[in-house]
Design a protein around this ligand. Sequence first.
Ligand code: AMP
Length: 281
Amino acid sequence: MRAYKGIRSLVKEIEATKRQGKTIGFVPTMGCLHDGHLSLIRKARRDADCVVVSIFVNPAQFGPNEDLKKYPRDIKRDLGLLRASGVDIVFAPGIKSLYPDKFSTYVDVGDLTSGLCGASRPGHFRGVATIVVKLFNIIKPGIAYFGQKDAQQAILIKKMVHDLNMDVKIKIMPIIREKDGLAMSSRNKYLSSQERKKALSLNRSLESAKDLYKKGERDSYKIIKKMQGMIPQNNGTKIDYIDVVDIEDLKSVKRISGKTLVALAVKVGKTRLIDNTILGG
Ligand code: AMP
């Protein structure tokens, strides 16, 4: 495994890899790796000749009052996990490499970024789209892997790749959960044991949505009501949103007919958690 901080030496190796006719599978991450990340890496390992993982806490996707400074970082541990997973190349640049002084170009994917997390995190997806384009331009992967955990992100990356005629295939992989159902996230580290217990209500509410759907319920309002009732909003737990949206345009639907995303964001103490499930289709 080779780890790079600088772009120039990394690009040299990428070009040599391409000259050998090898396919590149790419997994972008913000580090502090867990089994959710590793599931994407394992898939890339199965699909591609050369697996590249980036670790970069992207300042452009954090709002001014968000957790950029305290976002958990553990590069030593991450490198150990990546080595053990058979990763070929790690790209862990400093901020100035990707955002030099006078950097001024951003990518805006439009409508898909306005609802769900976009509503309470203005500018977040502009930052995400921008860093993903930059990383794709540097690494030039044939396939890139994203988690359904961040469903809105994965869907808008697919749209961006399509709209901008980018030559990369996007694969979206299932959500990996802890044994008790909590979706794995680097931010789970912030939770106290009390909050960790409260956080279980997110997945429980999604399970109840699945259950209602299985029993024939198609009315989004009723599903959302049931979910709201399962997330006790007290002692610092606050629902940011629960929404039932079309899987492609991410617009709210009143009745579920095609493939539908049920997504939620909940603030547990100071930690904002997201989770989702797909119904129908
Ligand atoms: P992050 O480091 O949070 O930016 O995540 C990097 C990638 O891992 C993104 O594509 C995420 O959607 C994906 N990911 C994060 N958590 C999970 C999870 N629990 N299951 C599957 N993929 C995940």
